[in-house]
Design a protein around this ligand. Structure first.
Ligand code: SF4
Length: 486
């Protein structure tokens, strides 16, 4: 999972708008950040390991000149956490210079590598994105859109892309649309004078800009209005002085990742016309109907469990209270890229409110259990603080299968539900009871049919066939580099 943002802002530098927009997407990736700009002639890229505010700070932004920009924050699903693997990627090919920000994960990296003349030795980074960038930059088509139409059908898996060439920002969504991407319009008249000044926008009629964002929250932060989703299998071309143009490169077979709605995306974002806070609150209501219990209080695992806990409390009539205080400066434990960091993370991140939990029978609501280590620590914290009973309620089904489309749950044995049955999981977690929301419960909360979503990590029905060499996928290009060098 990563965040991508693209901006075309005639008459003003796009870097500030793109960095603001990306800032709203920080939750999607915290390992590295970067920005590529073009002034219509030359591309420039700045990227580094770290958070967006550290990488794209006020010392750096003024030097990134041009009315075209793409930006990216990274959560690694291919390649390790190294500077070279930060995005946007950049490539100077025989016909074009391009920079790309990618959200998602390709599943046929080995096949694509075989199509690159010179192979692994030509890549500086070890990501599927660097490989895709090289293939597009090398393509003999005269125009970059033709190159995309030529190359994209060979790439399988998940990709929501923002592509920058000298004169355009281009948005792409894979035929399944696993990861979201929305189109927005930004014009000075949408902003008050303070907003205009902050973003460097001039209030003139021909200064309408266009933006692409992983989530609608990225539009809100810069005062852009939502226009529409980029469709699965669609290329959207943004350039100065023109309305966005659309080109289809594949038939759409929509399978939006349902986990985006359950957990990953921000609650103030909208997907498929639904506000995600409301969706999650309704999931909590459905959870209360499926797994009722006698308890004194309902409380969330903050912050991600809050909407579902509110729904559970509403439907069950059990009072809602905050029982865990979160250190807002600690990153999401799940998003941290190593087990050691995750385990240390829980202790610094959450502290129970002893006065609230002591002697109480608690319903504790969270949105998922992946490895179980975080949840087990939370149950232990609550018991130590004096909780009489801890009843865990999860607003998603058990995760039995790995994700190959951009979430870092690639090794099945790491998933607690793939190793233990329901009672074994409850015992491991130390809870008095455990209840997961069913797929039917999710769908009733969404009020949408199963078709159109990916539920593969819950039911094993993968929309795009996946490779068999599961253990080595994330580092496939690093291993290939060692093999070639050896
Ligand atoms: Fe989302 Fe799960 Fe499908 Fe991955 S496998 S895209 S996490 S629903």
């Amino acid at each position: 999972m990563c965040g991508v943002f693209g901006a075309v802002t005639p008459g003003t530098d796009a870097a500030r708008i793109a960095s603001f927009g990306l800032f709203a997407l920080q939750h999607r990736g915290q390992e590295s950040a970067g920005l590529a700009v073009s002034d219509g002639d030359q591309l420039m890229v700045h990227k580094d390991l770290g958070l967006i505010a550290q990488v794209l700070d006020d010392r750096r932004l003024p030097s990134l000149r041009g009315h075209l920009a793409v930006a990216h924050c990274r959560y690694s699903t291919t390649g390790s956490t190294r500077w070279e693997n930060a995005q946007p990627t950049f490539r100077l090919g025989p016909r074009r210079a391009i920079a790309i920000g990618h959200n998602g994960n390709l599943v046929n990296t080995r096949d694509l590598l075989a199509r690159l003349p010179g192979g692994r030795a030509r890549l500086t980074a070890s990501t599927d994105t660097d490989l895709l960038t090289a293939l597009i930059a090398d393509d003999p088509s005269v125009d970059v859109v033709d190159a995309l139409i030529h190359v994209l059908p060979t790439a399988r898996g998940a990709y929501s892309l923002v592509v920058l060439d000298r004169t355009r920002v281009i948005g792409v969504r894979d035929p399944h649309g696993f990861r979201p991407l929305v189109l927005g319009r930004v014009s000075p008249e949408l902003l008050d004078p303070v907003g205009q000044e902050a973003l460097g926008l001039v209030d003139e009629p021909d200064r309408t800009g266009w933006v692409l964002s992983s989530e609608t929250a990225g539009l809100d932060i810069i005062g852009a209005e939502y226009v529409r989703d980029v469709e699965p299998g669609e290329i959207v071309i943004l350039e100065e002085g023109r309305e966005p143009r659309s080109v289809r490169f594949a038939e759409a077979s929509p399978h939006l990742c349902v986990f985006e709605l359950i957990y990953f995306a921000r609650p103030d974002s909208y997907m498929l016309g639904r506000n995600l806070y409301e969706v999650r609150r309704r999931m909590g209501m459905a959870l209360a109907l499926e797994h009722p219990t006698d308890a004194d209080l309902v409380m969330p695992v903050p912050d991600t469990g809050s909407p579902a806990a509110a729904g559970y409390a509403e439907a069950s009539g059990i009072p809602y209270r905050e029982g865990l205080v979160k250190n807002r400066y600690a990153g999401r434990t799940f998003i941290q890229p190593s087990t050691a960091m995750r385990q240390r993370g829980v202790a610094v991140k959450l502290n129970p409110l002893r006065e609230v939990v002591r002697g109480k029978r608690l319903v504790v609501v969270d949105d998922s259990i992946v490895r179980g280590t975080t949840t087990r620590s939370i149950v232990a914290l609550l018991r130590k603080a004096g909780a009489a009973e801890v009843h865990l309620r999860i607003s998603a089904p058990p995760i039995y299968h790995p994700c190959f489309y951009g979430i870092d749950t690639q090794i099945e044995t790491e998933l607690i539900a793939s190793r233990l049955d329901a009672d074994g999981i409850r015992e491991f977690l130390g809870a008095d009871s455990l209840g997961y929301l069913s797929i039917a419960g999710i769908l009733s909360a969404l009020d949408l049919p199963y078709d159109g979503f990916c539920f593969a990590c819950f039911d094993g029905s993968y929309p795009e066939p996946v490779p068999y060499d599961a253990a080595s996928r994330k580092l496939v290009l690093e291993e290939e580099h060692v093999r070639v060098a050896g």
